[in-house]
Each structure stands twice: as structure tokens, then as C-alpha cells.
Write a protein that binds this ligand. Structure first.
Ligand SMILES: NC(=O)c1ccc[n+]([C@@H]2O[C@H](COP(=O)([O-])OP(=O)(O)OC[C@H]3O[C@@H](n4cnc5c(N)ncnc54)[C@H](O)[C@@H]3O)[C@@H](O)[C@H]2O)c1
Length: 360
């Protein structure tokens, strides 16, 4: 599969498609690897070279570990093992390892190059491009961050075989998101192929590449997220509030899946989206969400988390809503009783949808 070249404020960088961990053994002495502990254990044979280096830092992929509070121990480890300005950081893992390494690369010694071996579908199909790092602070998710692209990305679908089903669906949530943002042809093709995506690797590779192409157009036009890129937050305002209200019991991309259904429901109730389009998308989103729809989402914690979103100001919410596939937009709405009643209605119906009952 052909490379993808992404333009950024730091110059072009490349997404290559290859075999698992290609090139990792040939890294020079100035490379320092930061690896997801689970990936290190699962692929111990293939990662034997980097794992033998005492500088290699293993981190468990948890939201707590991608917090500001944890950064000093990572930086101290790297400094203790000889980190210098001519070093390259190498991230091996999913979105959590990416966020940690990208943040360290952006800030330590005022900037170090970093490369990325994404090992989750979410990281391969979505987060690996776009330059963002996002770090948690205390109870606040993704409040610290930078725009710092890697210099090189190697996508290999070989490593997806070991992903849990929930993590696979989490990645598919972001794949669905960009396809809805793109338009009707893309989302209809995806809905047709959806049931084969868990097992058909060439098909997954096709959708990873297509997802990156759709995202590429928006991030190249608006790398710093002030204009056309903002629509990629579709599903995220509600999704982040769901992650927070459930204490991360719902994986990121599945919270985004519920978040898209939520945004569509609000759009339908606001008279922006017709019912048949809502239902067509609902079928795909409910399939991807599966039993996670039954995780209780307490109203109070949900509304508190929604109000903390960094995009809102005062009692006005910035919501990404939908008039149809390819017509996703950002607008401001009052956080009033009508909006909150619609939210409560959605939350009350969510578990019933998991049992296959239609939305009222
Ligand atoms: N910076 C960005 O642009 C961006 C975009 C989207 C999401 N994110 C962040 O990414 C995080 C979610 O990332 P994610 O979904 O990749 O999850 P993750 O990094 O938390 O990984 C999910 C789970 O999969 C495991 N894992 C990773 N690779 C594996 C493999 N090949 N086989 C088996 N298990 C494997 C991990 O150990 C973990 O248990 C969230 O914190 C989210 O906020 C960042």
C-alpha cells in the first residue's frame, strides 16, 4: 500500500504501511523507546532488541498514566539514561503511549523528534496523524497539549490480531466518525462492510487508509483546530462527558460512538436531522457500541463533565451536530432545560437500545 505524506507546520511526515515493528531493530543508539507494557509482553520476541536496552521505558496504557502528575518519572527515567537533544523518541503502543511520548517530545529540551509505531486500530486509523498531544490533569481529561507531529509512522495491521474486541470497536468508532463526516458514499460503503471488519485484514487496511485520507484534508487545511478540523470533534463533546461520567469504563472510541448517536439524537430533536437518517446511522452506531450501552451514565456526573468541556463558555455549549452525512457543523446552543431534557431522554433510552429495542 502506498505511503501517505502529511503536510504540517514542521514539514511533511510519512505514514508507511508495512510489517509489524519494521525497522525497530535497526534503531541507532540515540533512539529511546517508550512502549506499552502489554504490547511489550505480547510481542516479546519481536521486540527483544529494544527491550534489551536499559533506556527502554515501559508504561501501562491507562488514563492515569497519561497525566501531568506522572510525567516527572518518565522524564527522569529518560534523563537518567542519557537523553540528549540529538535523541529520537520512539512510541510503540496506542493513543495513550502516543499522547505521552508526543507531550514529552514537545516539551523536554524544547523539542525532540519522535516516531510512532501505532498498535491499536484507533491510533492507526485516526490519532497517529494530526499532531496533537493531550494529557490529563487531576480529574480533567486532555487539558494539556501541544501540536507536535511525529517524523515517521509505521502502520501494520499484523498487530491488530491481539487487540481485545472492545479496543477493536473503539478504533472502529473513530473510523465511523470520519466516514460520517466525509459523506453518504463513504458511510454507506462502511455500513455495508462493517460486519467483516473484525476479521478481514485487507479490508481493515483499506478503511484505515481511507480514514487517514479523510482526516488529512481537514488537518492540512486547519492543523491548529480553529476551523474545518473542528468537525472532527463530532461525537467527542458527548463522548468525553460519557468517559468522565463512567470513570473511563467505556473505551474512548466507544464513548465517541455513543457520543455520535447522542449528537444525532439531539440534531433530530432540534429538527436538524430527519428520522430515517438518524435511524440508519443509529443501527451502525448501536452495533459498534454493543453491550457498552448498558454501562450506567449518571445524569449529574454527565452534565458536570459536559459543562467542563474546554470548548464551552459559560452557559453556552459548542456542539458538533449533523444535518446528514457530510454535513456536520459546529454551533453554539444554550445549556437550557430543553437541551437537558433531550439529553435525559437519550440517556434513559440507551440501555434499551442495547437490547435491540427501537428508539422512541
Ligand atoms: N492525540 C490524539 O490525537 C488522540 C486522538 C484520539 C484519542 N486519543 C487518546 O488516545 C487514547 C485511546 O487510545 P487507544 O484506543 O489507542 O487506547 P490505548 O492506548 O489505551 O490502548 C487500549 C488497550 O489496548 C492495549 N493494546 C495496545 N496495542 C495492543 C495490541 N496490538 N494488542 C493487544 N493490546 C494492545 C493497551 O495496552 C490498552 O490496554 C485516549 O486517551 C484518547 O484520549 C488521542
Amino acid at each position: 500500500m502506498r505511503d501517505l505524506v502529511i503536510q504540517s507546520h514542521r514539514g511533511p511526515y510519512r505514514v508507511r504501511f508495512g510489517t509489524a515493528f519494521e525497522g525497530l531493530d535497526a534503531l541507532g543508539p540515540r533512539a529511546m523507546v517508550i512502549v506499552d507494557t502489554r504490547v511489550a509482553d505480547l510481542y516479546a520476541d519481536r521486540l527483544a532488541g529494544p527491550m534489551a536496552a536499559s533506556s527502554t521505558l515501559r508504561i501501562e496504557a491507562t488514563e492515569l498514566n497519561k497525566s501531568l502528575e506522572r510525567m516527572p518519572e518518565y522524564v527522569l527515567h529518560l534523563l537518567d539514561h542519557g537523553l540528549r537533544r540529538d535523541c529520537t523518541l520512539v512510541a510503540v503502543g496506542g493513543g495513550i503511549i502516543q499522547d505521552i511520548v508526543c507531550f514529552i517530545a514537545a516539551t523536554v529540551m524544547r523539542g525532540l523528534p519522535w516516531t510512532f509505531y501505532p498498535t491499536t486500530l484507533l491510533a492507526q486509523a485516526d490519532s497517529c496523524i494530526g499532531s496533537k498531544s493531550s494529557i490529563n490533569v487531576g480529574p480533567f481529561k486532555n487539558q494539556l497539549g501541544t501540536f507536535t507531529p511525529p517524523t515517521d509512522i509505521l502502520v501494520s495491521t499484523d498487530v491488530l490480531d491481539t487487540l481485545d474486541e472492545a479496543d477493536l470497536r473503539s478504533g472502529l468508532g473513530e473510523v465511523i466518525k470520519v466516514h460520517v463526516v466525509s459523506g453518504g458514499d463513504d458511510v454507506r460503503a462502511l455500513a455495508r462492510d462493517y460486519s467483516r471488519l473484525a476479521t478481514d485484514r485487507p479490508l481493515v487496511r483499506h478503511y484505515i487508509r481511507r480514514s487517514l485520507e479523510i482526516k488529512q484534508v481537514r488537518i492540512e487545511a486547519d492543523e491548529f483546530d480553529t476551523g474545518v478540523r473542528l468537525v472532527l470533534n463530532y461525537g467527542h463533546t458527548f463522548g468525553h462527558a460519557i468517559e468522565s461520567a463512567t470513570h473511563y469504563a467505556v473505551p474512548h472510541g466507544i464513548a465517541v460512538t455513543i457520543g455520535m448517536d447522542f449528537a444525532n439524537f439531539v440534531s433530530w430533536k432540534f429538527g436538524l436531522l430527519d428520522r430515517s437518517t438518524f435511524e440508519f446511522l443509529h443501527e451502525l452506531l448501536a452495533a459498534n457500541c454493543g453491550a457498552f450501552a448498558t454501562v450506567p451514565i449518571p445524569d449529574g456526573a454527565f452534565f458536570d463533565a459536559l459543562a467542563r468541556d474546554k470548548k464551552h463558555s459559560g452557559s453556552v455549549l459548542s456542539l458538533v451536530l449533523l444535518r446528514g452525512p457530510g454535513d456536520v457543523f459546529l454551533d453554539r446552543y444554550p445549556n437550557d432545560d430543553r437541551f437537558r431534557d433531550i439529553c435525559r431522554e437519550f440517556l434513559a433510552e440507551l440501555p434499551a437500545q442495547a437490547a435491540g429495542r427501537p428508539v422512541a
